[in-house]
Each structure stands twice: as C-alpha cells, then as structure tokens.
Design a protein. Structure first.
Length: 321
C-alpha cells in the first residue's frame, strides 16, 4: 500500500490480481456483467487515489479494499433504484470473511508474464520519456501541465510523450502495445473489457490524445454550475475519435444522466452518457466520422436515464469557440 501511495502501478497491479476476482464475484449476483466489471474498475481507481489514507492499525488491506467495494456496490444498487438489504458492516468484517478466488495456475503464470513484459518495456524507456508518460496518464495532466511540471517547453513535453509511446509500440509489437494502452487508460479510469477490439479502440484513443497536433478543449460550467465542475474534449483533426474527461461533477439527479453532445453545423449528435464516480470523475471514448472535424460547439446536459436523441435538458458545462 505504501508503494501504491507513492505511485507504483506495479503494486496496484498486484492488488488487482489478488482482489479483482473476489470483488467481481461479490458484485455479479446483483449486477449485470458489464456493471460488475465497471464496479471493479471503480474500486481500484478509488484504491489508487486514496492509498495514502490506508491505516494498517485499523484493519487489513483486504478488509479496507472490500469495504470500498461494499459501499460502491450499495451506491450502484441505489443508483439503479433497487432496495438492497443493508447490513451494518462498518469495518468490512462480513465481506472480509468471503473466500478469495485466486486465478488458476495457468492464468496466474500468464498474468505474471504479461506484467513482466510490460514492466520491462517501461523500464527500458529513457527517464524523461517514462516521467512524461507517468504525468500524462497516471496523473491525467494535459500536455501543457506536463510541460509546466517538468519545467520544459510544451513541444519538448509532447515529443517525450509521443516518443515514449512509439518506443513502447516498437518494443512490444501491436498486440502488446494495445495492452499497454489499455493499462494506461485504465489508470485514467476509462472503462475497459478484455476483447481485442476494445483494446485496439483504446490504442487508437491513446495515439490520438498524445499526438502533437491534438486539441484539448475545456468545457466550463454554465450558470449555476459549481466553478470546479468542468470537462475536457480531446480530439485530433482528421481522426474520427474523441476522448471526453469529466472532473468534479455532482451526482446526477435520480433517474437522470449526464449526456455529452457535439454540434456540427445545425446538427447535434450524442457522444455518449457518463455516470461520474464518487469523486465526480468520468471518461468516455466516442468514435464517429464527424469527429474528424472540430465541432462548432460542445456541451454536457442532464437528460433522462434512457438518454435523448437531441439535447433537451439543462446545460451543465459547455464550450463555444
């Protein structure tokens, strides 16, 4: 836990191997498979962000992680308007008594090999590239913020990030590079599944946001929206993919969601909906031919949970050139 608090993704990977199956097994009886997978991701994102708060004198790592899972599961059930039977378990003792479900020997060997390959490839990067990648993906900093943090020109920061990714792809090959992209984007909180097509999609998104000519647009709060609430739209001219990140969003009203929109000319198109986590963060990846051209306007609205074909609810954040 100390290593996770210090920023070690390898240590976080060890925790994921130890507890991911257990958390997934706890969630699956009451959630569908996709929601259970998302919950596992949300739990480990919370572990990553709050590792420094772990106190070994108050309990074990297992009980602490499962307590996070316990509350996330209850919140998800409430969000879906279910009425679970809530059993008081402030220390996570009930869940802590659940049996672990460790991977089979063959799967464990494959996971160990995969981690070793990725770790070796990252360690072979020159320190400047490795540091820039860490700030861009693990700390979710923009290119400008990476440059300021490192005290280098913006072009130098972009070059280090792009060169590091190119070297990873050269070292690992296409399939391993897609896996590396999935790991980096998972660290950002972007939802993932194991299908190869999904990994390739994340690799395309990663290539886009790290390109030297990518754009990073800030969607500021509409009147009545908290000042810290904002979103960022990342895209690249000529590339039909966009990544939208959400920060400090309050929970959506019951029965409603946050829906993201892009306008080209007179036509509004939905990029997708997001349910921010407990800290108000969320991510989505959208792919559409129209996204190869910078939108004329962007906004996030509150809509019915089923979604809307056109923006009709109140605007939360927006960008207008």
């Amino acid at each position: 836990m100390r290593r996770v608090a210090e920023g070690s993704t390898e240590a976080l990977g060890l925790l994921h191997r130890r507890f991911a199956r257990l958390i997934f097994g706890l969630a699956l009886p009451t959630l569908d498979r996709a929601a259970a997978e998302d919950l596992v991701q949300d739990v480990f994102l919370a572990v990553w962000r709050n590792a420094g708060r772990f106190d070994p004198e108050r309990g074990t790592v297992r009980s602490w992680v499962l307590q996070i899972a316990h509350f996330r599961l209850l919140n998800e059930l409430r969000r879906q308007s279910r009425q679970p039977e809530i059993v008081p378990d402030p220390e996570g003792l009930v869940l802590a008594g659940s049996p672990a479900n460790d991977p089979e020997p063959s799967e464990a060997a494959w996971q160990q090999h995969r981690r070793a390959v990725l770790k070796s490839a990252l360690e072979e990067l020159p320190p400047p590239q490795r540091e820039a990648l860490g700030l861009a993906f693990l700390e979710d900093l923009t290119h400008e913020q990476v440059a300021a943090e490192l005290g280098v020109p913006l072009g130098t920061a972009k070059t280090r990030i792009r060169s590091g990714l190119q070297r990873l792809r050269s070292t690992l090959g296409p399939q391993w590079a897609a896996l590396a992209a999935l790991c980096l984007l998972a660290a950002l909180g972007i939802r993932y599944q194991s299908e190869h097509a999904t990994m390739a999609r994340y690799d395309r998104a990663l290539s886009m946001v790290t390109a030297s000519d990518s754009v990073n647009l800030r969607l500021g709060g509409a009147p009545g929206t908290p000042e810290e609430t904002h979103a960022r739209y990342r895209a690249r001219p000529g590339v039909a993919i966009a990544v939208v990140t959400f920060s400090k969003f309050p929970p959506a009203p019951t029965g409603q969601i946050y829906q993201t929109w892009a306008r080209h000319g007179a036509t509004w198109a939905s990029l997708g909906s997001v349910a921010p986590d407990a800290e108000g963060s969320g991510r989505l990846i959208a792919e559409d031919g129209a996204l190869a051209v910078l939108p004329d306007e962007l906004k996030v609205t509150i809509e019915r949970r089923a979604g809307s074909a056109v923006p009709s609810g109140p605007v939360v954040v927006a960008w207008v050139p």
